[in-house]
Design a protein around this ligand. Structure first.
Ligand code: FES
Length: 107
C-alpha cells in the first residue's frame, strides 16, 4: 500500500454516482453477474477499457480482461456487456435507450 500513497484510487462505488456508467448498465441489461464475487474487479477493468476506446474487439477484451478470473464462467456475458457498453458510449443516449428496449423485448 505504500506505493499508493498520494495516488487516487477509484473503486466501484466511485465509478458513477447513480450506477449508470455504460458498463454498469450493460451488466444489468445482460444479467452478467452470477455469484458476484469477481464482479467489482471485472466491471472496473471493463470500464477502463470502454472509457479508453469507442469500439473494442475480442482481442482487446482478451488482452485487458485476462487477469480477471471468474470462477462462475461468466466470460461470454462479460464479453457481450463490454461490447454493448462500448456501443453505448460511441452512439450516445439514443442508442442506449434503444439497446435497453431491445434487451427487454428479447427476454
Ligand atoms: S460471478 Fe462468480 S466468480 Fe465471477
Amino acid at each position: 500500500m505504500g506505493v499508493l500513497e498520494g495516488a487516487q484510487v477509484k473503486t466501484i462505488e466511485g465509478l458513477s454516482e447513480k450506477g449508470d456508467h455504460p458498463v454498469q448498465e450493460a451488466w444489468r441489461d445482460l444479467n452478467v453477474a452470477q455469484c458476484g464475487y469477481c464482479q467489482a474487479g471485472q466491471i472496473m477493468q471493463a470500464a477502463a477499457l470502454v472509457d479508453q476506446y469507442d469500439t473494442v474487439t475480442d482481442d482487446d477484451i482478451d488482452a485487458v480482461m485476462s487477469a480477471n478470473i471468474c470462477r462462475c464462467g461468466t466470460y461470454p456475458r462479460i464479453r457481450a456487456a463490454i461490447k454493448q457498453a462500448a456501443g453505448q458510449q460511441a452512439s450516445g443516449a439514443a442508442m442506449d435507450a434503444d439497446v435497453r428496449k431491445r434487451s427487454r423485448s428479447d427476454a
